[in-house]
Design a protein around this ligand. Structure first.
Ligand SMILES: Cc1ncc(C[n+]2csc(CCOP(=O)(O)OP(=O)(O)O)c2C)c(N)n1
Length: 662
């Protein structure tokens, strides 16, 4: 590597400080502390050490950079702009304004060079672990003895806030256990959080903690270019087999002496001192100033990055010409191409009575065979969630080609890591646990939805039918709470064939996450409905499961294990009753109005729903004139069938509710 041009990097750091001050002063909000405190780290990375290519922000072998401390977004925007990404100075001036490419916190899809949506502290650390796993998997799957097309690093920047969060702790422990030595985590150690000095809330030995996790730890002065660069290069070159933790001691808000080093530097409080601070840094009166020397430096630097990229392109083409099948696999995955999955799933024995989690296991195998980049993980519950890819092998230190990920009992990190894999865009990640523990992963599930990531959750044990484990393990409000997340498809299939449709829907979706909600207890195969209707019906979100044989007067609606009760109730209620299976509200609502009207005609007001969960979500379908049979309380500890019955999940209750309607 060339020797770093320290004076140029110093000027660049000064200019980045200026941009952050000006942007935050202009919009009167934002976080000055990190962009000022980490300016040297930014200059060292973007101006020298990172291997990336601004004109090809998704270059496959770029070093990924994740700003876990997303509040410091102006750090990222300044460096992306200066590096020559397609992020204009105008956009920097529009920091935090409507439809700008510089939103308050970094958002995936919004800004070239932003690898992950961050801001909720700690998430980025788990995402970075997901990226690092994705990189290891990519190396194992695609590199050949002759050609190395993947050998990049994953770099993240986190502060005290991120490292205090449980999700980062879970993910860091797993990264150490897995020996992800391609991961470099910078810790912006400035002794300050938001409300106070960090010592008000933490006194642990963070370095010791990371050593205990199995990481290699270095400590440096984060303002010293030589130290930053040599620590980074040492981390990149490690042969220890350990992830790399670089504690960078920094002065938060460096450049605004009135606030630096204190919690006042964290946000925008320093704005009132900006004029003097700019002057002291040697910046001219002109705001959003970039020294011509800085611009020229980055133009040259970009050229050298481009030549590295061009050399890689040559290797890639040579690899591609010798490995056509592998290349097609990789390129199809990146393009989001998914084969037709339903045709690969054989029909189930109509007389079978199995749990949808078991059906899910059966369905997953042919899907995994068709999608070689599908990954299936579980938070220590593969034995119950049944989502193990049978001939997929385990991903571990020794085997980066494995397709089954063992997350341990780390649901939050699992969901954050799945996001990292999905951001990377090569593998199709799925993960599993009991549905009731989705609350442990909810912050990451929410971000998957916000960032439109095609993550699949295979969450089982979906109701009070769990039984003997009791109310702690019996979701009642959980499905409703998940339906409240915009952009998340929640699919609760009723039987094995609906499960086939649900898995196809989930893995064929490329523009957002899907939650598969599967039951623990056996359910009948509903063979009064054709296989085709059940499978295709799920893809539409809702369909007529039983058509009326006389003038339509009553509609029964159900999902999952309760569809059998709606069908049985219809037998008692007579020919004017229609049964609608509604396994996925979100998909149903994406159908056109004519289809929705054909399934649930607006003129028919006698409607009853049944679902083993709280009734709130159903009133949008049963309306004020209808009734919802559900469970508006916590469950009970007893055999599952008993609990379901005592809490009213019966055909009888549906019949009575329907009869009570005028
Ligand atoms: C999960 C979560 N909780 C709270 C916040 C609000 N918040 C943003 S930054 C911050 C303090 C972070 O401290 P640190 O990481 O040390 O950042 P620094 O002060 O060094 O910029 C808090 C509490 C958040 N963004 N995410």
């Amino acid at each position: 590597m060339s020797t770093p041009n320290i004076p140029a990097l110093e000027t660049a750091a000064r200019d980045a400080r200026g941009l952050a001050m000006d942007a935050i002063a202009k919009c009167k909000s934002g976080h000055l502390g990190l962009p000022l405190g980490c300016a040297e780290i930014g200059a060292a990375l973007y101006g020298y050490a990172l291997n990336h290519c601004p004109d090809h922000p998704r270059w496959l072998n770029r070093d990924r950079f994740v700003l876990s401390a997303g509040h410091g977004s102006m750090f990222l925007y300044s460096w992306l702009h200066l590096s020559g990404y397609d992020l204009s100075l105008e956009e920097v001036k529009n920091f935090r304004q409507l439809h700008s490419q510089t939103p308050g916190h970094p958002e995936f899809h919004e800004t070239p060079g932003v690898e992950a949506t961050t801001g909720p502290l700690g998430q980025g650390v788990s995402n970075a672990v997901g990226f690092a796993i994705s990189s290891k998997m990519s190396e194992a799957r695609f590199n050949t003895p002759e050609h190395t097309i993947f050998d990049h690093h994953v770099v993240a920047l986190a502060g005290d806030g991120c490292l205090q969060e449980g999700v980062a702790q879970e993910a860091s422990a797993l990264a150490g256990h897995l020996g992800l030595d391609n991961l470099i985590l910078f810790y912006d150690s400035n002794n300050v959080t938001l409300d106070a000095m960090a010592n008000v809330t933490q006194s642990e030995d963070t370095a010791g903690r990371y050593v205990a996790y199995g990481w290699e730890v270095q400590q440096i002065d984060g303002h010293d270019f030589h130290e930053v660069i040599s620590a980074f290069e040492k981390a990149k070159a490690t042969t220890s087999g350990k992830p790399q933790f670089i504690i960078a001691k920094t002065l938060i808000g460096k450049g605004i002496p009135e606030v630096s080093g204190t919690n006042k530097a964290h946000g925008e409080a320093g704005v009132k001192f900006v004029a003097e601070a700019r002057q002291a840094l040697g910046l001219p009166a002109e705001t959003f100033f970039v020294d011509p020397g800085t611009s020229a430096y980055f133009v040259e630097h970009k050229k050298s990055l481009e030549s590295t990229h061009a050399a890689w392109e040559k290797t890639y083409e040579a690899w591609k010409s010798k490995n056509a099948e592998l290349a097609a696999e990789l390129e199809n995955a990146i393009a989001g191409k998914v084969p037709d999955l339903l045709e690969a799933i054989p029909p189930f024995d109509p007389s079978a009575s199995i749990a949808t989690r078991k059906a899910g296991s059966d369905v997953l195998q042919p899907i995994a065979a068709k999608m070689p980049l599908l990954i299936s993980g579980s938070a220590d519950l593969h034995g119950s969630t049944l989502n193990y890819i049978k001939d997929g092998g385990d991903f571990n230190r020794q085997n980066h080609g494995g397709r089954n990920l063992h997350f341990g009992i780390r649901e939050h990190a699992m969901c954050g890591i799945l996001n990292g894999l999905a951001y990377d865009g090569i593998f199709r990640p799925s993960g599993a646990t009991f549905l009731v523990f989705s609350d442990y992963g909810r912050p990451s599930i929410r971000l998957a939805a916000l960032s439109k990531l095609p993550v699949v959750y295979i969450f089982t044990h979906d109701s009070v039918g769990v039984g003997e484990d009791g109310p702690t393990h019996e979701p009642v409000e959980t499905v409703a709470a998940l339906r409240a997340i915009p952009g998340l498809d929640v699919i609760r299939p009723a039987d094995p064939e609906e499960t086939a449709g649900a898995f196809a829907a989930a893995f064929e979706r490329t523009d957002g996450p899907t939650m598969l909600v599967l039951c623990r207890q056996s359910v009948p195969t509903l063979d009064s409905i054709s296989v085709e209707d059940r499978r295709q019906g799920v893809l539409k979100g809702g369909y007529i499961a039983k058509k009326e044989s006389a003038d339509l007067d009553t509609i029964l609606l159900a999902t999952g294990s309760e569809l059998q009760h709606a069908l049985a109730a219809a037998e008692t209620l007579g020919g004017g009753t229609r049964v609608v299976s509604l396994p996925c509200f979100e998909r149903f609502e994406r159908q056109d109005a004519a289809y929705r009207e054909s399934v649930i005609p607006s003129s028919v007001r006698k409607r009853v729903s049944i679902e083993a969960g709280i009734t709130d979500p159903w009133f949008r379908f049963v309306g004020l004139d209808g009734k919802a049979v559900g469970i508006d309380r916590f469950g009970l500890s007893a055999p599952g069938a008993k609990v379901l019955e005592i809490l009213g999940m019966t055909a009888q209750n549906v019949v009575e509710a329907a009869k009570s309607l005028k």
